[in-house]
Write a protein that binds this ligand. Structure first.
Ligand code: ZN
Ligand code: ZN
Length: 265
């Protein structure tokens, strides 16, 4: 069996992630154009025909931009909770109705050989979910937009072998930056995004040998840099005496282009 993960795009400009085995693949979010998704998949040698569906985390445009065309042109089934569907649908957005699949929260379902569970996270959309995906004994958890890590989210994050988690902003850059006060407060709130120190310190709390790969995702364009994300994590791990075992890896996901394919199995 093979198992591969790749980020096609990650950040406030657009999110789309790929997970695939030797037969099929799925996408998590469609926050870049359908054309860009098809182009990036092709560049990775992945045929659109092998994609069995897209899981949607919430209604913000940086997670749904390409959804309409993926359902209408590629007839791609799209999965999310009934509340998130309600928040996505509007007179301006026409999703092909036969592609809409409703999934209840915290109930396992099967797609493309994966066992998948959506779980609620805290964010400023009508409803937002993370996904926990099992492939054999490998577990993947994806949480890209959340203001704080509640107990439910922590449960799924701790179970992950490969974790995709946001490290959205550097606290100093955000505070000293040009954003208006209300926006800074929104981003820092429990319903906003996770800062570098928040993510790093949580990762230090839950770190174990089971966690083989951490992907730091959804970096802010204006309030963060990949160097600061890595520096904060390394410093936090150093302070806590955490040493990677040589097999464990950390990746910072690219904003505008695919990140190197991660071979999980
Ligand atoms: Zn987002
Ligand atoms: Zn969002």
């Amino acid at each position: 069996m093979s198992l591969n993960f790749c980020s096609l795009s990650s950040g406030s400009s657009g999110n789309c992630y790929y997970l695939g085995n030797e037969f099929h693949g799925i996408l998590i979010d469609a926050g870049i154009s359908a054309t860009a998704i098809r182009k990036f998949l092709k560049s990775l040698g992945i045929s659109m025909q092998t994609i069995m569906g897209v899981l949607i985390t919430h209604n913000h445009t940086d997670h749904t931009r390409g959804l309409e065309l993926l359902t209408r042109k590629n007839s791609l089934p799209a999965f999310t909770s009934p509340n998130i569907w309600k928040s996505i649908l509007s007179p301006r957005i026409t999703i092909a109705s036969d592609c809409m699949r409703e999934i209840p929260l915290q109930q396992k379902f099967h797609l493309a050989g994966f066992e998948i569970e959506a779980f609620p996270v805290s964010h400023d959309a009508p409803e937002t979910v993370g996904y926990h995906i099992c492939a054999g004994d490998q577990k993947i958890t994806i949480v890209t937009d959340l203001g704080h890590i509640c107990q439910t989210a922590a449960h799924y994050i701790k179970a992950a072998n490969l974790l995709v988690i946001e490290s959205n902003y550097d606290e100093q850059m955000l505070m000293n930056g040009a954003y208006p006060h209300f926006l800074k407060a929104r981003i820092r709130s429990d319903n906003g995004h996770l800062g570098n120190h928040q993510t790093s310190s949580f990762l230090a709390d839950i770190f174990s040998d089971n966690l083989s790969h951490i992907c730091l995702a959804h970096l802010s364009k204006n309030n963060n840099t990949p160097e600061l994300v890595l520096q904060t994590l390394e410093q936090t791990f150093l302070e806590r005496g955490i040493i990677l075992n040589g097999q464990q890896k950390i990746s910072i996901l690219n904003r505008y282009e695919p990140t190197e394919m991660i071979r999980i199995l």
